[in-house]
Design a protein around this ligand. Structure first.
Ligand SMILES: Nc1ncnc2c1ncn2[C@@H]1O[C@H](COP(=O)(O)OP(=O)(O)OP(=O)(O)O)[C@@H](O)[C@H]1O
Ligand SMILES: [Mg+2]
Length: 380
C-alpha cells in the first residue's frame, strides 16, 4: 500500500544536513526490479543543491519509480541514493528530510486545510507554538492564507494542490519531490500554477527539486536540467536549453519539443565550425554539436519555428517543396511542406495570406540554429 504522504516529510529533529552539498540528490547506479522486471536500469544522475531537475519520459519509463526511490518508498535492488553526503539508501522515508507532492493531491479529506498542513509537523513532535507559527507561514507561501478552515472538498483542484505543496514544505525540507503535480489540473490553472511554482522556488532558492512530468512545457519552464527517460533508462540529460537545442538522439529530439529530423548523409567539414550534409540533392549546413564523424549518415534536427518563409540571406539553407496542409491555431500557422519525399513541419507567426495546399513554397533556415544528431543506436 502507498504510505500516506506526510510520512515522507522530514523529521524536525533529524540531524542537520552537511553544510556543503547538503541537499544534493544523487542517484548512483540505481536499479529497481519488480520480480524479474527491471524498471530502473543503473540510473546515475545528480540534482545539485538549489536546482530543479525535471525527469520526463513516456508512461511506464520509470520516472515515478526514480522519485519513490529518493523518497524511500521503493528499495533499489542495487546502487545508492545520496542526499548531500549521506547515503540514504537504507533510511526510512521519515529520516530523509524530504517533502513530496503527487498528482492527485492526497489530502486528508476529514481534516481542515490547517490540520492537513500541520499533520507532518505534529507527527514529528513539533510544539503547538511551532505549529501555530508555521502553518500560516506555509499557507501564505502558496497564497492560501484565507483557506485554513476549509475542508479539501471545499477547494478547487488547483487550491488542493497548493495545500499539498504547503504541507510538503511544512517541515522545511531541503529536498522537494514533485510527481506530476499539475497533471490533474486544466490547462489554464496549470499555467498559473507553473508561474507559482517558479516563484516559490525563487522564494526558496536553497530547495532542491526533482520534478517528474509528462509535460515538456513544464520541464522547459521550470527546470535547470532535464533528464529524458525511456524503458527505465536515462536516454538524455542536460541543461534545459542545451538539450532542446542539441538533442543527443532522435528520441530526445522528439520527446522534448517537436522536431523535424531530416535523414541526411555524407557529412563533411565546411569551415567555421559548420558541417555540410546532403538531403536528397540539396547540400545543407549545420552545427555539429555532437562531433559526428566525417562521412556519417545522420539526422538534421530543425525545429518547426526555425524554418522561415520567403527570401533568405545568402548563407541560409534553402529548401523548396509543395504545401500539403495549413492549419491556423490562433497564434501560429502550422504548415506541412513536402520536400524530397519528406514532410517537414514549420510554425510561423499567423499569416494574413497563408499558402494554399498544392502551392510551391520556399523555406530557409539558419545553419546556426540547427545541428546534426546521430541516429539512435540499437538500444535507441
Ligand atoms: N509496485 C509495482 N509492481 C510491479 N511493477 C511496477 C510497480 N510499480 C511500477 N511498476 C512498473 O514499473 C514501470 C515504471 O513505472 P513508473 O510508475 O515508474 O512509470 P512512470 O514513468 O512514472 O509512468 P507514468 O508516466 O505513467 O506515471 C512500469 O512498467 C510499471 O508497470
Ligand atoms: Mg509516474
Amino acid at each position: 500500500m502507498e504510505r500516506s504522504l506526510p510520512a515522507a516529510t522530514p523529521s524536525a529533529s533529524a540531524a542537520p544536513a552537511d553544510a556543503v552539498g547538503g541537499s544534493r540528490i544523487g542517484f548512483e547506479n540505481v536499479s529497481v526490479t519488480y520480480g524479474s522486471l527491471t524498471v530502473l536500469q543503473s540510473l546515475t544522475l545528480t540534482v545539485n543543491p538549489g536546482e530543479i531537475v525535471a525527469l520526463i519520459g513516456p508512461s511506464g519509463s520509470g520516472k515515478t519509480t526514480a522519485l519513490r526511490a529518493v523518497a524511500g518508498f521503493v528499495r533499489p535492488s542495487s546502487g545508492r541514493i545520496m542526499i548531500g553526503d549521506r547515503d540514504v539508501t537504507n533510511l526510512a522515508p521519515y529520516d530523509r528530510k524530504i517533502g513530496m507532492v503527487v498528482q492527485n493531491y492526497a489530502l486528508f479529506p476529514h481534516m481542515r486545510v490547517e490540520e492537513n498542513v500541520a499533520f507532518g509537523l505534529r507527527a514529528h513532535g513539533a510544539s503547538e507554538a511551532v505549529v501555530r507559527a508555521r502553518v500560516p507561514e506555509c499557507l501564505a507561501m502558496v497564497g492560501m492564507g484565507a483557506y485554513a478552515k476549509r475542508y479539501p472538498r471545499e477547494l478547487s483542484g488547483g487550491q488542493q494542490q497548493r495545500i499539498a505543496i504547503a504541507r510538503a514544505l511544512a517541515n522545511k525540507p531541503q529536498v522537494l519531490l514533485l510527481d506530476e503535480p499539475l497533471s490533474a489540473l486544466d490547462a489554464q490553472i496549470r499555467r498559473s500554477m507553473l508561474d507559482e511554482l517558479a516563484k516559490l522556488h525563487r522564494d526558496l532558492p536553497a530547495l532542491t527539486v526533482l520534478y517528474v512530468t509528462h509535460d515538456q512545457t513544464e520541464a522547459l519552464t521550470l527546470a535547470n536540467h532535464i533528464g529524458i527517460m525511456r524503458d527505465g533508462r536515462l536516454k538524455a540529460f542536460g541543461g534545459a536549453q542545451s538539450l532542446f537545442r542539441n538533442p543527443p538522439n532522435r528520441f530526445a529530439a522528439e520527446f522534448l519539443g517537436r522536431a523535424n529530423l531530416l535523414p541526411v548523409n555524407d557529412l563533411q567539414p565546411a569551415g567555421e565550425g559548420r558541417v555540410s550534409v546532403r538531403f536528397g540533392a540539396t547540400v545543407l549546413k549545420a552545427r555539429n554539436h555532437h562531433r559526428l564523424a566525417k562521412g556519417s549518415d545522420c539526422l538534421l534536427c530543425v525545429r518547426p519555428h526555425d524554418f522561415k518563409l520567403g527570401s533568405s540571406r545568402p548563407d541560409a539553407n534553402r529548401l523548396s517543396g509543395v504545401v500539403r496542409s495549413v492549419q491556423w491555431q490562433g497564434d501560429v500557422h502550422n504548415v506541412v511542406v513536402e520536400v524530397a519525399g519528406e514532410c517537414i513541419r514549420l510554425s510561423s507567426a499567423p499569416m494574413r495570406e497563408p499558402p494554399e495546399p498544392g502551392a510551391s513554397l520556399d523555406v530557409h533556415f539558419d545553419p546556426a540554429d540547427v545541428t546534426v544528431v546521430p541516429e539512435d543506436g540499437a538500444d535507441g
